[in-house]
Structures are given as C-alpha cells and as structure tokens.
Design a protein around this ligand. Structure first.
Ligand SMILES: [Zn+2]
Length: 320
C-alpha cells in the first residue's frame, strides 16, 4: 500500500533548491523552488532545503503522514548510500553528513543520491527511457554528469561515484576542472568552463564572438558559438569539431563498455547547441563498437527540470 503513496523529492543543485510532492505515477502534486543565496554552509542550506520541503508539503493536499519518504539529489560526490556528501564543489562542502542532517530535521528517513542519478532514475521510471533496462543518462549543463541504470537498477558503484562521466580524462592540456583535477571532459565541455574559455578567446582576438556578445565578455556563452557555426565561422567550426571529437569519443567508449539499450542526453549546453550535439553523435557512431550500436536508442531527456525531484521521490518510495 505504501508503494502507491506520494513521496517528497528534493533537487539540491548549485544555485537552487527545489522540493516537490510526487505521486507514484511520477506526477508532481506540488513544487516549491528557491535560490540558495550567498550562504552555502551546510546549516544554511539545510534550513532552505527543509523550508522548501515544508512549503511543498503545505501546498500539496496530501497529509504529511501519508508521504512515504524523502529523496534528495545533490550535485555532489557521495559516499555510497550513507547520505555523506564527500565533495560538493558548487557548495564548497567536504565530508558533510547531509542525509543525517535532513533526516533529523524532517523526522523522516532520507535517501540521498547524486543529482544526475536522480534525473537518470526519473527518466527511466517516467521519462525518455521508460521501458529500457540498461540506460546511460548524460547531461551537459554548467557541469557534465551522468547516471546509470543497469538491469533495471540504479548502479552507483563500489563507493557511490559510478557514471561520473564529466571527470573522465580526455586531453592532456592542463585545463582545470571543478573537481580539483585537470583534463576532465567537464573542463572542456561543461558550460561554466567552456564559457570561461570562450571569454579568454574573445579577449585574445576572436572578434566575431566579441561582436556577437555586444562587446560584453559576461554575455559570452556556448550558444553564441553555435550561432557563429551556423554562419560558417571557421573558429566556431574548429572548436565545435574539437569538442565533438572529445565528447563523441567519451560517449562511444561508454557505449562500447556498457552496451546500454538507451542513451539519454540533456542539459542546457546540448539543448542550446544542437549542431555541437549532432557532430558529437556522428563521432559516437563512428567510434562505438558496431554491435553495441545496433541495439542503442539515443533520445533527448523528456522530463525537463523536474526530472530530479521526480526521480528522487521515486527512489525514496522504493526504499519503503
Ligand atoms: Zn573533473
């Protein structure tokens, strides 16, 4: 009976927290979102998370005692299923027992997963990958993240950081990544790092890019390169083909290694740069093992920005 009751899903990203009450069919009954603000210490963020959860519960007609659990997706590397946040670069946290803190505050058991794992589970349970049992989800937004479902189950790996596809190494040029390392895929392709590189290149003489940004370096983002690419700009073409080679090869190697039935792609950089995505898929199809490609379905993510709360709530429901 409990398996059919609504649960609370929370998505704690780098800039916002969203909480929602989600029913067993993946429908969002109520949703509350607020920005994190400048104070990012664990206690301040805990207060915002619990506030958001209480707001979502108040807006839903469901009595609190009928909610079966709380699931949270956090933009962080976690230690297994302990609820311990090992590293959360956007929040500046290391070794924060966030799951226990939220459980104490809300008085409920809490399932903590990585934000992309929550999105991945949402897309598999109710979205683009519904009906597929072996699924890799890759999002390219501010950062680059992945989630993995194998044989119908969320696969988290021995220490909880499986599918951290943004941090596979791609090219030894020394570009810095938010994880503290260098040369990661995210150092090249993640929206924050890519925009930084574009600003550097615009200021060093890529005049077409600077002109498109109306001479405001802060206005430079990957979508402008996409526009230049459409106009035939040679630097845009070169950059997109370089990044497509990196991204497509990582996707191809992942497909060869895992042989998933579905690859779901999403995130603001990919949705804003369809040419970059298409070029990457050409590389993927060239580089992946042919027999693995025969059974692969490639789809765009379909749940939008509620995938995380939907997936987190469903994972919490499964625990009960
Ligand atoms: Zn990294």
């Amino acid at each position: 009976m409990k398996a059919n009751q609504p649960a609370i899903g929370i998505d704690l990203g780098g800039t916002n927290v969203r909480a929602a009450v989600v029913d067993a069919s993946g429908s969002v009954l109520s949703s509350y979102r607020q920005p994190l603000g400048a104070k990012r210490d664990p206690q301040s963020v805990l207060d915002l998370v619990c506030q958001a959860a209480h707001q979502a519960m108040a807006q839903a007609a469901t009595p609190a005692e009928e909610l079966v659990g709380v699931g949270i997706g956090v933009a962080a590397q976690l230690r297994g299923s302990s609820g311990m946040v090992a590293v959360a670069p956007n929040l500046g946290w290391r070794e924060v027992p966030f799951g226990a803190m939220v459980a104490k505050d809300l008085g409920r058991s809490v399932r903590v997963v990585n934000d992309l794992e929550a999105i991945c589970w949402g897309e598999v349970a109710f979205g683009a990958a519904h009906g597929f049992r072996d699924v890799l989800v890759v999002f390219v937004g501010t950062g680059v993240g992945g989630g993995l479902v194998l044989d119908g189950q969320l696969y988290q790996g021995a220490s909880g950081v499986a599918a951290e596809i943004g941090h596979v190494k791609v090219f030894p040029s020394g570009r810095n990544c938010g994880c503290g390392g260098t040369d990661c895929l995210e150092a090249y392709l993640g929206g924050a790092n890519l925009s930084r590189r574009l600003r550097e290149e615009a200021e060093a003489g890529w005049s077409e890019l600077m002109t498109l940004a109306k001479a405001d370096p802060a206005a430079i983002h990957p979508g402008l390169v996409e526009q230049l690419h459409a106009q035939g700009d040679p630097r845009a073409k070169q950059l997109w083909s370089e990044l497509a080679e990196l991204f497509g090869t990582v996707l191809a190697n992942s497909v060869t290694l895992l042989n998933p039935s579905a690859l779901v792609l999403g995130g603001t950089v990919l949705s804003g740069c369809p040419r970059l995505l298409d070029l990457s898929l050409v590389v993927l199809r060239r580089q992946a093992l042919a027999v693995a490609l025969e059974t692969l379905t490639i789809k765009p993510a379909s749940l939008g920005d509620t995938a995380g709360v939907i997936g987190a709530a469903d994972l919490a429901r499964k625990d009960n």
